[in-house]
Structure formats: structure tokens, C-alpha cells
Design a protein around this ligand. Structure first.
Ligand SMILES: [Zn+2]
Length: 465
């Protein structure tokens, strides 16, 4: 009977099942209070040079007033009338982190193939799962767990490149993202299959566009081989038709030079500012010039690149060529969502490779990559990425008094070199607290972890019978 239903009815049935499930897993979501005053923050990095000093927009002992879902005002001794007050005395405030590349379902395969490189890991832990037959609830469990991990580390916007194994997978994936309260970009991996393309249009129209916190992208893989090229061309065309970005994995592993990615991208007419390339490690000088000429954006995933023995991105050369680069956590290939660790790795990899501490990214540079630069390359900087009055209230508050962070010497560097997810005390998305005084709001993390555990057990049996 399920098969006999048309697409819309099927979505309705799945939505009803999932909302029942999410009601079971989560407490009711809390609405954003009309006014919140973050009072007397010791240090605010607005990431807006017009609001505060220097590139990072530094302010001290200042307040932030949030009205509904927007930042209304930043300044000293703001009027607290009618506001819920969050005392930020002794605390650091910055914009929520922007995670430009992730695969949230992959929390279900944490710990899998840890002694493999990219190709070994894909062969052992990902490709066989095309045959796993995920239910929407299975995917929901994994994605929901990842969203909690992201909120814990202070990520407020995530780009979820979904393998979209089946339409049910897509529904479970998006439902979990929607329930999380995060701002998200759903990148739907598509193919030449007409039914898949129809589903992509339908998903954008019915599940993404109506959600003010959601944005749509298209995922594909660049290669000149017949197994890749027709799909890439179709996806490049569909991205143009829908007016969205095309998001591909680009030269992550040395073996991918055989795919002739740039030739394929050119043939597909995909080169341009709407193209996002994850990783971009094994680039030649000529390819970096092409990226710069077409304003193609690169998503750097240092933790994943280390775990999968992929290599070290040529960040100084990319920066020198003015290519826009953001930071991503890249799902199961880095096993956890820790943006502080990711920033440290981005800095550390270049220093270790080049044997100098005077290279990019600097501490200030990596903080910008994790916030405003990520927002810019996603084309979302008009409403997120910095603490600018009028922008959406995606804000995090850190406690620098914890044993891993104190004492104060030079706090801005300490965010990068000492920061850990437990230092994130408050996370606001759209003015709504998703983490409050160190606790995730409106969810029971143990219940969600348990649901993911049950699915992971089945996946493990499937992969390694
Ligand atoms: Zn990836």
C-alpha cells in the first residue's frame, strides 16, 4: 500500500511517523523569547570590523541585545527592560561556528575503518551501505546525535552533504536537522535518474524552502569517466535551474587526480562562485589559478584529512590567490564534532608542514574561517557569520574560567589553542537557546545516543558479519 501512495502522501506518512518519533525523543522545543540581553561580556569578537576593533571586531565589557531572532544592538550598558538577562561577566562571546562540510548520518559509523585511508574507509564503511536499506528512523537517530554534538561545540550552521541513499533516508535526515534547531544547509547527492531529480525538486520545495533555517544545495562528484560525468552535468544543470550551489568532493586523495576533476567541472559548466569544493588538497598551481579566476570556494577539513591520510591543503597558496576557504568537520571521517580541535588542526598542519609558525592561518585567520569566511563562501553573510546588528542571533558564549582554559593570558589565542566543547556554555540559533549553562536544551541526549547505538549495532553486523 505504501508503494501505491503518491510522493506527497508518502512524505506525509513519513512526516507523521517521524514527528511521533521526535516527540518521543525530544521534549517540546522552546520558542525564542522576545528579548535576551547578554550582559557585560568580558570579551566579544563580533567578526565585524565595523562593530569593534580590528579584523575580529573586538569589544570589551559590552552587552548584546537580541530581539526575537535578530541581534538588535551591541554596546555598553544597554537597556535591560523586559529582557531575559544572561550574565556574561568574565565570559567570551562570538558568532556561532559555521561548519561548511559534514555528513551527519556518519555518527552511525564512528570508529569504523580507523586504520584505513580515504579509499579503504569508503570501501569498508560507506559504499557497502548502499545496500543497507536505512529506514527514515535509522537516519534520524544518527543525524540527531550529530546535531547534538555540533551544538555542544558551538556550531550554529552546518552543511550536511547527504549521501541520500533513498528518499526515506532523505526524509529522516531532514527531519532530524529540522528538529535540532540548528541552521542548516542540506546538500542532496543526486544522479541522472529522473526520479531522483524529481525528488530533489520536491524536497527543496516542500521540506527546505518553507523552513527559514534551511537552505538547499546539490551534491555530486567530478570526474570525466562515464560513471561520473553524466551525473555531474545533470547536477550542474539542476543547480542552475534551482538557483543553488553545487557541492563536490575535490581532489581529497591523491588517487583522485585520475578523475580529471577540473576537466569534468569545465565540461559540466560548473566552474563559478556557486561551486563548493570540499578538501582541495592535491591542487596544482594551474588549478589554484582556475579556482581563483572562477571564485570557486574551498572547504577545508583538517581533522578528517589527518585521519584519512589525505594530505595537507596548500592553504598559503590558496590564500595568496585569494581563494575563499572555510572550515568543515566532515562527518564520520573525523569521528567527532569539535570545532576548536578543527581550528587547532588547521593551524598546526601548516606549521608542521612548513616548519614555521609565521604562516596562514593565523589565530585570527582561523577564527574568521570558522565564522564569517564560512558564511561568506556559502553566500549567507548577509544574515550570519558576525555579530552585526540586524543579523540573525546565532551567538555562542564561552567560559574561559575552566581548568583547560584559565588563566587569562591572551584569550583570543586561547580560544583556538585551549578551547573545548565543554567550554561552550550557551548556544543561540535564531535567538533561541539550544545550549543553556552547559546543558543541551529540550532533548535527552542519552535517549538519542541509545537510538543511534541500536542502528550502529545493525550496521556493524551488516558490514562485518
Ligand atoms: Zn566529505
Amino acid at each position: 500500500m505504501f508503494r501505491a501512495l503518491n510522493d506527497l502522501s508518502r512524505i506525509l506518512v513519513i512526516a507523521i511517523v517521524l514527528s511521533a518519533l521526535s516527540g518521543f525523543l525530544c521534549l517540546p522545543a522552546l520558542a525564542a523569547p522576545p528579548r535576551t540581553l547578554i550582559r557585560n561580556a568580558a570579551l566579544i569578537l563580533t567578526m565585524d570590523p565595523n562593530v569593534g576593533k580590528g579584523d575580529l571586531g573586538i569589544l570589551e565589557n559590552a552587552d548584546i541585545l537580541i530581539e526575537g531572532n535578530r541581534i538588535q544592538k551591541i554596546g555598553h550598558k544597554l537597556n535591560r527592560a523586559g529582557a531575559q538577562v544572561v550574565d556574561a561577566t568574565g565570559k567570551i562571546v562570538l558568532p556561532g561556528f559555521v561548519d561548511t562540510h559534514n555528513h551527519l548520518w556518519q555518527s552511525l559509523i564512528r570508529g569504523c575503518g580507523t586504520n584505513e585511508d580515504l579509499n579503504g574507509w569508503l570501501a569498508a564503511c560507506v559504499f557497502p551501505l548502499f545496500g543497507f536499506n536505512f529506514s527514515a528512523a535509522d537516519v534520524y537517530a544518527g543525524v540527531r546525535l550529530s546535531t547534538l554534538d555540533l551544538i555542544s561545540t558551538g556550531v550554529t550552521t552546518t552543511v550536511d552533504w547527504s549521501h541520500a541513499f533513498t528518499p526515506a533516508f532523505v526524509r529522516g535526515n531532514i527531519q532530524a536537522l529540522s528538529d535540532s534547531g540548528l541552521r542548516f544547509v542540506f546538500a542532496y547527492r543526486g544522479s541522472v535518474d529522473r526520479a531522483v531529480m524529481d525528488d530533489m525538486r520536491l524536497v527543496k520545495q516542500t521540506l527546505i524552502d518553507p523552513n527559514p533555517r534551511a537552505t538547499f544545495q546539490i551534491g555530486s562528484h567530478p570526474g570525466t569517466e562515464p560513471v561520473f560525468l553524466p551525473g555531474l552535468i545533470a547536477m550542474s544543470n539542476l543547480a542552475k535551474e534551482l538557483g543553488v550551489k553545487l557541492h563536490v568532493h575535490l581532489l581529497e586523495n591523491l588517487s583522485q587526480t585520475a578523475d580529471h576533476a577540473f576537466e569534468a567541472l569545465e565540461q559540466a559548466g560548473a566552474l563559478g562562485p556557486n561551486l563548493l569544493g570540499a578538501h582541495g588538497i592535491h591542487l596544482t598551481d594551474a588549478e589554484i589559478k582556475i579556482l581563483a579566476a572562477y571564485d570557486v570556494r574551498i572547504l577545508h577539513n583538517p581533522l578528517s584529512n589527518m585521519r584519512l591520510a589525505s594530505g595537507v591543503i596548500r592553504l598559503p597558496e590558496l590564500k595568496q590567490a585569494s581563494v575563499q576557504v572555510g572550515l568543515g568537520l566532515d562527518g564520520g571521517t573525523n569521528d567527532t564534532s569539535d570545532m576548536f580541535n578543527n581550528m587547532r588542526a588547521a593551524v598546526g598542519l601548516q606549521r608542521a608542514k612548513l616548519l614555521t609558525a609565521s604562516t596562514v592561518p593565523t589565530v585570527a585567520g582561523v577564527l574568521r574561517m570558522a565564522t564569517i569566511d564560512g558564511a561568506k563562501l556559502l553566500g549567507m553573510h548577509d544574515h550570519i557569520g558576525s555579530l552585526t546588528p540586524g543579523k540573525k542571533a546565532d551567538v555562542i558564549i564561552l567560559d574561559p574560567g575552566a581548568v583547560n582554559f584559565a588563566p587569562r593570558f591572551e584569550w583570543i589565542s586561547q580560544i583556538v589553542f585551549n578551547g573545548q566543547p565543554p567550554n561552550v556554555e550557551w548556544v543561540f540559533v535564531d535567538g533561541r537557546a539550544l545550549k543553556r549553562r552547559g546543558q543541551l536544551v529540550g532533548v535527552q541526549p542519552e535517549t538519542i545516543a541509545q537510538a543511534a547505538q541500536e542502528v550502529a549495532k545493525r550496521i556493524q553486523r551488516f558490514l562485518f558479519p
